[in-house]
Design a protein around this ligand. Structure first.
Ligand code: NI
Length: 560
């Protein structure tokens, strides 16, 4: 006996430990309901429910719905369940069948008018009061409640909150009234707590559906606890198939649901298009859709798919004898004044005359495609042609000048301003600037042969002591040049060792990171204005030199 008693006690302890966890499981469902409204507080409540993406049920009095038709419509559009609480709150047991019909049909038509469609509305009998005569007479499910927050009595948000949090269980139908500010604020706090405990808050119709109930007319429902929990309504699947000029879009969702969708990026509502079969979209679109068994019930979360069209290919711009010729698979629109071309720009119909300094930009426009990205061609002030330089680039004039002088080149009209400068690139520029004297061929490096395009420049640079080889016999022509290395090379090129003022470095936070051998050189180039900081406070001595930086440094050196 004693042993069995202990075993029983142990089982009880285990159950107690397990039960609260079950109540907090993700499958816990509850329906929050608001009676007697709408009122001046209902709009604010809807705002807050939207933020939480929580759907509730409003049991409205016809006489109040009449005063706030736009609130009724808004609540419906947002996916809340609209239900009836009679026209003006009589105790139905005291009315004749005919008077009951009158209360219900009047309220139904007020709600239908506000919403704009005919719906069926569940009923909450005032005071929860029914009898065997009333129930068949109302001809619809009678929704009572299992949690009474007594909010109308306490008019105290804390008390409302405590009732919700302490009394709600899986399957509860919670009674509140949106007639009082205290009910609204207490309800919202309660909703937040229930959500944090893993509750899924749904409309009454959805609660009954999820619990496998058919919501029978004339039957009373206090709650919907139970073992059955059907899954929530699946989000629709959006399946686009590409066509020649856009997409053919199919939507699918749970059997028995209707799907409502938009294609303009707006949130779908019950007023949105009802899906009846695959639809065509010309061009791209933002498709959003939800599924619902009935519009005045629960609905799925919104699915979204952004359908983009391929971009048209960029036009090709070529310059011939001061005229620009453009080709593309579609229409071409262009500008010459630096503004971004759109389909409102000049349409290309034949060669366009251009003068030095013209910046041409063009896009291609093709049906079934997004407009292409812009191609651009700069016919520079010095007559160079660049596809990747704009007049607004800080290095434009330096690049234009060094290319004009033949010191740097723009292969295929492409200068690559952000490209890295290698040792071979740097000495080639310096060698050209020196007039390309014949080298003496006194050096041999293991990694440069006579067939190398930079061979003469590298030999010359080594002989001039501009570039040094390494102990392993290499000169590493493909190594990137750092900013401090560039400074050292420029410094070495001066005929006499110039005077150095190390103070020029002290305004840069990272001056101590300059390697010792390079410090005089960097100080000199900075003090001469040849090298400037990458910002007001940073010199970044070990970052590599870009082609745009080299062009502007070469130009500054020429000013000596
Ligand atoms: Ni009431």
């Amino acid at each position: 006996m004693k042993k069995r008693g202990i075993a029983l006690l142990l089982a009880l302890v285990l159950m107690l430990r397990i039960l609260p966890v079950q109540a907090q499981a993700a499958s816990a469902l509850a329906a929050i309901t608001f009676d007697d409204g709408p009122s001046k507080y209902t709009s604010g409540l809807l705002d807050e429910l939207d933020k939480r993406d929580v759907k509730v049920t409003f049991f409205m009095q016809g006489c109040n719905a009449e005063k706030y038709p736009s609130v009724v419509k808004r609540a419906y559009e947002a996916g809340h369940q609209i239900a009836s609480h009679t026209y003006n709150h009589p105790q139905l047991t005291k009315l004749s069948d005919k008077e009951i019909q009158n209360q219900l049909s009047t309220t139904d038509s007020i709600l239908n008018n506000a919403i704009g469609t005919n719906n069926s509305y569940m009923l909450r009998p005032p005071y929860g009061s029914t009898n065997e005569r009333v129930l068949p007479a109302i001809g619809r499910p009678a929704i009572i409640w299992s949690v009474d927050t007594l909010d109308w009595k306490s008019r105290n948000a804390d008390a409302v909150y405590q009732h919700i949090v302490n009394d709600t269980k899986d399957g509860s139908i919670v009674l509140l009234h949106d007639l009082y500010a205290t009910s609204v604020s207490g309800a919202l706090r309660g909703i937040d707590t229930l959500l944090s405990q893993g509750y899924e808050l749904v409309t009454v119709e959805e609660l009954l559906r999820r619990r496998g109930s058919d919501a029978v007319s004339g039957k009373k429902y206090f709650s919907a606890s139970g073992k059955t929990t059907l899954p929530g309504i699946s989000q629709p699947a959006i399946t686009p198939a590409e066509t020649e000029d856009g997409y053919l879009v199919s939507l699918s969702a749970d059997e028995g649901t209707a799907i409502y969708y938009t294609t303009d990026g707006t949130a779908p509502t019950s007023q949105s298009t009802l899906y009846t079969g695959p639809f065509r979209l010309e061009g791209g679109a933002d498709v959003k859709a939800f599924a619902a068994y009935t519009l005045n019930g629960g609905r799925s979360r919104v699915s979204e798919a952004t359908l983009e069209l391929p971009r048209a290919e960029k036009p090709v711009i070529t310059l011939t004898e001061d005229t620009a010729v453009m080709t593309s698979g579609g229409e071409i629109y262009y500008t010459l004044d630096g503004t971004v071309p759109t389909a409102a720009a000049a349409r290309y119909s034949g060669p366009v005359p251009v003068t030095a300094g013209t910046f041409i930009q063009a896009i291609a426009v093709q049906p079934g495609c997004r407009d292409s990205q812009a191609s651009s061609l700069l016919y520079s002030g010095l007559g160079n042609i660049f596809s990747d330089i704009r007049p607004t680039n800080w290095y434009y004039h330096a690049v234009d000048s060094v290319v004009f002088q033949g010191l740097m080149t723009a292969a295929n009209q492409t200068f690559s301003p952000e490209g890295t400068v290698r040792r071979r690139d740097l000495v080639t520029v310096l060698y050209r600037q020196a007039g390309q004297p014949e080298p003496l061929d006194t050096y041999i490096f293991s990694d440069v042969t006579g067939s190398d395009s930079a061979y003469a420049a590298i030999m010359w640079a080594a002989e001039q002591n501009i570039l040094s080889g390494f102990e392993d016999g290499t000169i590493r022509p493909d190594a990137a040049v750092t900013r401090e290395q560039l400074a050292v090379i420029l410094y070495r090129m001066r005929p006499e060792p110039p005077e150095v003022d190390p103070a020029a470095l002290y305004s840069f936070e990272d001056w101590e990171s300059i390697q010792d051998y390079a410090r005089d050189a960097v100080a000199w180039t900075v003090s001469q204005g040849i090298l400037s900081g990458v910002s007001d406070t940073l010199l970044s001595p070990d970052s590599t030199v870009t082609r745009a930086q080299l062009a502007s440094i070469v130009l500054r050196c020429q000013a000596f």
